[in-house]
Write a protein that binds this ligand. Structure first.
Ligand SMILES: Cc1cc2nc3c(=O)[nH]c(=O)nc-3n(C[C@H](O)[C@H](O)[C@H](O)COP(=O)(O)OP(=O)(O)OC[C@H]3O[C@@H](n4cnc5c(N)ncnc54)[C@H](O)[C@@H]3O)c2cc1C
Length: 311
């Protein structure tokens, strides 16, 4: 569909709209071709209208979080990219206190478009324990749920109770944790659904202990990860019982590159964009890494990052 046609179809929708917008400006890799239309709904009504117009016009939809786990191909994304704006970033504490014999628990309601670090800070401010594992993980709450973001210290699935979504058909519903099919960096939400809000159950704790744990995790991250470079975090999932970074390093690939896409010297499971890397460079490098690691160890690495868009 031509950009001019999209302009007419979405004329009625208020708020921020960007046509032919470079996705590199919205990804932590700083890579990616243009999206036909990037749209920022501010509330559920806007979102429902957008989804309706997309359904009606057979226009493909992609949901963008903070773009920290994404590689957008150089040809960009056809159709509409939705980024949840203001109305989806609220955070509040539920009044109810869940008393168990050993602890008190509270529920935090967090918008799907809110930053995961905002949720981490909110938990700390309210002296609630359970979000410490996420200290330093970039991205949005919605992205964290889709990816079941986490570390060896915990995953978002450990604290989620329920998730409010809007399906591609425009239906709003709440799904309970047991029905989401969470596993390692994986979730099973209904296809193309959008995460609007989630409820997170946390335990009352000591502010001092929570802060200490969070600070330690952030400090370790700074030591181990190339945080000042453009990247999308770990490129590959850890194979069962091993670490992708160890396998890549043992294949002698630290510092190896294609164009400006380089296997990080600091953390071998990170590919960094030194300056002008294209998605094509990153994809070539991914294939080389997979081949070399497989030939050397028999392990076929699987991508953790989401690769979207056209070549
Ligand atoms: C330096 C660095 C360190 C990282 N460390 C970690 C780590 O320790 N652990 C870890 O798990 N990850 C890590 N990551 C990866 C990334 O931060 C997480 O996967 C994060 O949860 C992605 O969130 P996002 O909002 O950026 O999602 P995006 O990258 O924007 O999108 C990821 C996927 O989620 C979907 N999505 C996003 N929002 C919504 C929504 N509201 N509704 C429906 N679908 C949605 C997108 O369509 C896409 O499929 C790291 C990344 C970087 C750059």
């Amino acid at each position: 569909m031509k950009i001019e046609e999209l302009r007419i179809i979405f004329e009625e929708i208020g708020g921020k709209k960007r046509f032919d917008e470079p996705m590199r400006n919205y990804t932590s890799f700083r890579i990616g071709g243009t999206a036909d239309l990037l749209i920022f709904p501010e509330n559920a009504e806007d979102l429902k209208k957008i989804l309706y117009l997309c359904r009606r016009g057979g226009i493909p939809v992609f949901i963008l979080g903070f773009g920290t786990n994404l590689l957008v191909r150089d040809g960009g994304i056809r159709g509409v990219v939705i980024n949840l704006n203001k109305g989806f970033r609220d955070m509040r504490l539920d009044e109810k206190i869940h008393q168990t014999p050993n602890s008190k628990r509270r529920t935090v309601i967090a918008g799907g478009g809110a930053g995961l670090q905002k949720l981490v800070g909110f938990a700390l401010k309210n002296k609630l324990s359970g979000m410490e594992f996420a200290a330093g993980i970039p991205g949005s709450v919605g992205g964290a749920l889709i990816m079941n973001a986490g570390t060896k210290d915990g995953e978002i699935k450990d604290v989620v109770q329920g998730v409010k979504i809007i399906t591609a058909d425009g239906e709003t519903k709440t799904i309970q944790k047991k029905d989401i099919g969470f596993s390692y960096r994986h979730s099973e939400f209904p296809a193309n659904s959008i995460i609007l809000e989630t409820s997170i159950l946390l335990k009352n704790g000591k502010g001092k202990d929570i802060k200490k744990k969070m600070e330690l995790l952030v400090k370790n991250r700074k030591l181990k990860q190339p945080l000042s470079s453009y990247s999308a975090g770990s490129v590959f999932k850890n194979p069962s019982g091993d670490f992708a970074a160890r396998l890549i390093e043992s294949a002698g690939l630290k510092g190896f590159g294609v164009g400006d896409a380089i296997v990080s010297h600091k953390h071998a499971n990170f590919i960094v964009n030194r300056d002008m890397a294209t998605a094509g460079d990153v994809l070539k490098l991914i294939e080389i890494v997979k081949e070399k690691v497989f030939v050397r160890t028999g392990v076929l690495l699987e991508e953790e990052i989401r690769i979207v868009g056209e070549d």
